[in-house]
Design a protein around this ligand. Structure first.
Ligand code: NAP
Length: 450
């Protein structure tokens, strides 16, 4: 009788955990490795704190991680503490579910000026990621956000929302203090295409209109619809809803808007220059026009908005994993249906990918489920019942980690941190209070905090 399939998954975000779930259903034994001291990836460190409904996904992920066929090893740095050749000794297969945490690169002039930020970095800050600086320079009264996706909405909303309205959430204390002292009055979001090409989802867009103390300002002259736009509205209920919400906002009488803060949505304006001699003082954008099929071209007309900070929310980008092929252009691990492929297109044996590092940073968290299905289906087809006699060595990764002195944290350790954060939250009538510093997370997890 063949021994159970043993699979290592790198990354304890939703993508890795969903893959682990499917593998346990196929009677595999699964070890999930995570470089952070806590699991849940983008749900813990990407979803905005005022989106508790989405954070509820953690409850389902909890259940999977506490399954007896799944072991969690947090605070283990792939590429440093463990390498692919080592993992291949202990496992039949390795799945990379490392996600994307960095901002897509931008070559906009002025992008390196002080006051120019990547949205991914800001998200990591407000979500209390342990590996980013604890302070954030919130000094601007007028801010630009580039991009028309849900991350741009998150950034615009968190910047404009009252810190006191966020205090009930799990935001760390330093984030509350930073947002509380922010002088922001106007957030300008720039979409380079038209309203029908925005990537917002309807619920998240509607939410923007319900933020207390914030008015939404749209500009009727930005509302152009070419044949491509009309077709997009016709074809997609989501686009229809987004366009309806935006169009309804054009009917608001500006004279009726008196909120202390405003979010301006600018369509058909493509930022071309972040202006400033030695720090951001403005953003220059070119007026775009639709060409007929939903794409745009520049008109040669430019305008400058005075802003003191610019946030680029133009998408995330993956990072390479040591010893694994990487597509530098797309920022993903090249693969065919989750089977990792090398430059010549050949399959790298026993190595797989799932989630955003497999297909790029697009789609809601639920879409990583179908991703995991494809990857696990192919893995099982390659290595399932008819797999060759085990290629792995007897023995267990635990002895290896212990020998190397790796201070890994398992599920019980995380439950200790989780209970600590929940109790700290309950004491203040809040959902949870997130522990941020890495060493503090580890000490609480190990039960050795003072
Ligand atoms: P996204 O949805 O792909 O949006 C990226 C935006 O950036 C697009 O509007 C794009 O415009 C624009 N853009 C790209 N390159 C640009 C450039 N060089 N100059 C100007 N604009 C540029 O990506 P995202 O906002 O990072 O979100 C990633 C995924 O996470 C999405 O599926 C999103 O729905 C999901 N998410 C969901 C939530 C939620 O609350 N449910 C929150 C955050 C993220 P073009 O379309 O013209 O390329």
């Amino acid at each position: 009788m063949t021994s159970p399939l043993r699979v290592a998954i790198i990354g304890a975000g939703p993508a890795g955990i969903y893959a682990g779930d499917l593998l346990t259903k196929a009677h595999a034994e699964v070890d999930i490795f995570e470089h952070l001291p806590a699991p849940f990836g983008l749900v813990r460190y990407g979803v905005a704190p005022d989106h508790p409904r989405i954070k509820q996904i953690i409850l389902a992920l909890h259940k999977i991680l506490s399954h007896h066929q799944v072991r969690l090893f947090c605070n283990v740095n792939y590429g440093v503490d463990i390498t692919l050749p080592e993992l291949e000794k202990y496992y039949d297969a390795v799945i990379f579910a490392t996600g994307t945490i960095k901002d897509a690169p931008s070559n906009l002039p002025g992008v390196d000026l002080p006051g120019s930020f990547g949205a991914a970095d800001f998200v990591s800050w407000y979500d209390g990621h342990p590996d980013v600086p604890r302070t954030w320079p919130l000094e601007a009264a007028e801010v630009a956000v580039i991009g028309a996706g849900n991350v741009a909405l998150d950034v615009a909303r968190i910047l404009a929302k009252s810190a006191d309205d966020l205090h009930v959430t799990e935001i760390p204390d330093n984030v509350y203090d930073g947002l509380k002292s922010s002088p922001v009055t106007d957030v300008h979001l720039f979409a380079r295409r038209g309203p029908a090409q925005a990537k917002f989802t309807p619920l998240e867009l509607r939410e923007l209109g319900q933020v207390p103390g914030v008015d939404i300002v749209v500009y009727p002259e930005d509302f152009e619809f070419d044949d491509g736009s009309l077709a997009a509205i016709e074809e997609s209920n989501q686009t229809k809803q987004v366009v309806k919400t935006l169009t309804d906002w054009t009917l608001i009488d500006p004279a009726s808007q008196h909120a202390p803060r405003r979010i301006h949505l600018h369509f058909l304006w493509n930022p071309v220059d972040i202006i400033g001699p030695d720090r951001v003082t403005g953003i220059k954008a070119e007026r775009m026009e639709l060409t007929g099929d939903g794409s745009v071209r520049g008109t040669g007309e430019f305008e400058v908005w005075p802003v003191q900070a610019v946030y680029r929310a133009i998408g995330y980008f993956g990072s390479p994993a040591a010893g694994v092929p990487f597509d530098e252009v797309k920022g993903v691990i090249p693969n065919a249906g989750g089977r990792v492929t090398s430059a010549d297109g050949a399959q790298v044996p026993r190595v797989y990918a799932t989630g955003w590092i497999k297909r790029g940073p697009v789609g809601l968290i639920g879409s990583t489920k179908s991703d995991a299905q494809e990857t696990v289906r192919n893995l099982l087809a390659d290595l399932g019942e008819n797999r060759p006699a085990t290629q792995r060595e007897p023995g267990d990764i635990v002895a290896y980690l212990n020998d190397k002195g790796i201070n890994y944290l398992n599920w019980d350790d995380f439950e200790r941190l989780d209970a600590h954060e929940m109790a700290a939250g309950a004491a203040q009538g809040r959902e949870r209070v997130k522990v941020v510093p890495r060493d503090e997370m580890i000490a609480i997890s190990k039960g050795v905090a003072e």
